[in-house]
Design a protein around this ligand. Structure first.
Ligand code: MG
Length: 284
């Protein structure tokens, strides 16, 4: 593989949820983005066309559209478990319907991968809840297959063995992984590099994000997100391990500090430089 085979990306948003603004992406000269779901009012055919034209103008390609739903919050690990993805029962069916609409919008933008934090998968695989969540994700995969789209599950809310077991239970060929090494540290669910090796070719997209483990109770208290290359991920070994398992997708920087946009932009710029340096060093 050559260095140029791994385009650098950034997690971006236009009018809702997480991610940096498009103007920042453009100013930093970054050529790919993962896009957080735009607000409902923006998800029309007319808006898709306008947005696609704008991206073409900027020379930016969307690699993944990430699902996001109203009511989700990541303020604590417990609140994440209660509110995020398809695990909370009260919103499950409505969110499934909304996911279809988001996938159709992504299709209008020419995007063939949908990313998702599905939430904390129940631990007892014999429970009714586990079966229902499995069935929901299978149903979503089948809908996406009709759109020629894949589903990339974001890592971090369960350990890698539980994730593999869940994916095998879903039994769908268009189900893959969006690997976020920092999440494993933030949630205290295992070592990122071991997980990359175990997941191997199932990894189809990644977040270049870093973190420090909590000094409190892992799995109860959050760790702390820090700029890529300054935490406990070990950025160089992370990239080396990804390349070793045959990863060829985009290297998408994620840095969620929306309350400090100037620092966010500066740190993303530094991450771009770091990834360029490391890929040159590793691949020569
Ligand atoms: Mg992430």
């Amino acid at each position: 593989m050559k260095v140029s085979d791994y385009p650098i990306g950034v997690f971006a948003g236009i009018d809702a949820g997480l991610g940096v603004k498009l103007e920042v992406v453009r100013e930093l000269g970054i050529k790919t983005i993962q896009l957080h779901t735009p607000a409902k009012a923006s998800r029309t055919a007319e808006q898709a066309e306008k947005f696609a034209d704008k991206l073409k103008d900027y020379g930016i390609v969307i690699t993944v559209v990430f699902l996001g739903f109203e009511g989700e919050t990541y303020e604590t690990i417990a609140r994440t478990a209660e509110t995020v993805g398809f695990v909370p029962k009260a919103t499950r069916q409505a969110r499934l319907q909304e996911a279809y609409a988001i996938a159709d919008f992504a299709k209008l933008l020419g995007v063939s991968a949908i990313g998702s934090h599905i939430g904390f998968v129940p631990h007892n695989r014999h429970s009714a809840d586990y079966k229902e969540v499995t069935e929901t994700i299978r149903t979503l995969c089948d809908y996406l297959a009709k759109n020629d789209q894949a589903l990339h599950l974001e890592t971090g809310q369960e350990d890698v063995d539980s994730l593999l077991q869940f994916m095998d239970a879903v039994q769908r060929g268009n189900l893959f992984v969006n690997f976020d090494p920092a999440n494993l540290i933030l949630y205290g669910v295992g070592k990122p590099l071991d997980a990359v090796t175990k997941l191997g070719s199932r990894i189809k997209s990644v977040h270049c994000k870093d973190a420090l483990a909590t000094a409190g109770t892992p799995g109860v208290d959050w760790g702390r997100e820090v700029p890529f290359g300054t935490g406990q991920v070990n950025a160089e070994e992370f990239l080396r391990t990804l390349f070793t398992v045959g990863y060829t997708g985009a290297l998408t920087i994620e840095r969620e500090i929306p309350e400090e946009p100037l620092r966010q932009k500066e740190e993303i710029g530094q991450s771009v430089k770091l990834i360029e340096e490391l890929t040159r060093k590793i691949l020569g």
